[in-house]
Design a protein around this ligand. Structure first.
Ligand code: APR
Length: 319
């Protein structure tokens, strides 16, 4: 759509605000709908509305405004939730964030069932299955339109590998597949462009750094939350790719966590070709080295558990 309405659910938060700012700067966005439950939300919208770019900004505060917010949306970005504190894993966030994503997905399934759903709220490995089950229950499920945003893993892999090899960070592209937490994150360094080579020890170290990069930020913020600015950057990059593809641009590829037949986990992130109706084609895992095959084997049990936990959260409520 050349007139894209984009919602940010959780717009007043650490991720939501800079994400909204980046979206406000984009010529691809004509309406920016900012939803949150905190009282500063109309002010955040007012503040952004003073920027002299095309997008019209409207703030929506509280659950009774969700219908107005979501109606007509083409893309829904969801960073609503509580962030991680030191010592917490992404999975510890589960109970609070699972309900938040369930409720927002349920409203989206009613008021903008055709929208692209971009889920940032962690644990993404579980919140994407949650949103998917909610859409199924409402009879409007389209697996090509529900994405877990894993772009930050790719952004980090690009940055760390560029740094290690002295390359231009804007020119390095490293696919990252699997899930979005710890060992489920699988950097595929062998498929990086330009090609890079590492000694085994160095490869293991940088792989671990990519897998634990979220924790690096959580610890450095010392109780003040998890990654926000880099996540907002990554979320905006994903949204822009999606909007370009929705506008007919061909050959747009991004990794994201989606319903997938690539492995025996029901959801898996791989490079995807994006099109006017979301995922056009899953480009698959491609060739993995023995080292990467081991990462994949290592990822599967936790990833499958996370997915099951998400599905059970909705299915148990149905009983
Ligand atoms: N509906 C809408 N917004 C909500 C809801 C809800 N039910 N519950 C909480 N929020 C809002 C909060 O009011 C807050 O403005 O979500 C925002 C979250 O912002 P922060 O607390 O600053 O958290 P942030 O760092 O942005 O992280 C949010 O993204 O990466 C994930 O793990 C992270 O799950 C966490 C989420």
């Amino acid at each position: 759509p050349h007139n894209a309405r984009v919602a940010v659910m959780g717009a007043s938060g650490g991720i939501g605000q800079p994400l909204a700012l980046l979206l406000k700067e984009s010529p691809l966005v004509t309406q920016l709908a900012l939803y949150d439950i905190v009282h500063v939300t109309p002010g955040v919208a007012k503040d952004l509305s003073h920027i002299c770019t095309k997008a019209q900004v409207t703030g929506y505060m509280g659950p009774e405004t969700m219908q107005d917010c979501l109606t007509g949306c083409d893309v829904v970005m969801i960073p609503a939730g509580v962030p991680r504190k030191p010592g917490m894993s992404r999975d510890d966030l589960f109970n609070t964030n699972a309900s938040i994503v369930r409720d927002i997905a349920d409203a989206a399934a009613q008021y903008c069932p055709q929208a692209m759903m971009c889920i940032i709220t962690n644990p993404v490995n579980s919140t994407v299955p949650i949103a998917s089950e909610v859409f199924k229950k409402r009879g409007v499920y389209d697996p090509n339109r529900i994405f877990g945003v894993t772009t930050l893993d790719i952004v980090r892999a690009n940055a760390f590998i560029a740094e290690a090899k002295g390359l231009d960070p804007t020119k390095v592209k490293v696919p990252v597949i699997g899930g979005h937490s710890g060992v489920t994150i699988i950097p595929v360094i062998s498929q990086a462009t330009p090609g890079v080579s590492f000694k085994q020890e160095e490869r293991e170290k940088i792989t671990k750094r990519i897998q634990n990069a979220g924790t690096e930020v959580v610890e450095a913020k010392a109780g003040g939350g998890s990654a926000t600015l880099s996540m907002a950057y990554a979320g905006a990059q994903f949204a822009f790719s999606l909007l370009q593809a929705m506008n007919g641009k061909e050959g747009v590829v991004e990794c994201a966590y989606v319903k997938s037949d690539e492995t025996d986990a029901k959801y898996f992130s791989t490079p995807l070709q994006l099109g006017p109706s979301g995922m056009l084609d899953n480009l698959g895992i491609g060739h993995l080295t023995e080292f990467e095959m081991n990462l994949l084997r290592n990822a599967m049990p936790e990833l499958k558990d996370n997915i099951q936990k998400g599905e059970d959260f909705i299915l148990k409520q149905a009983e």
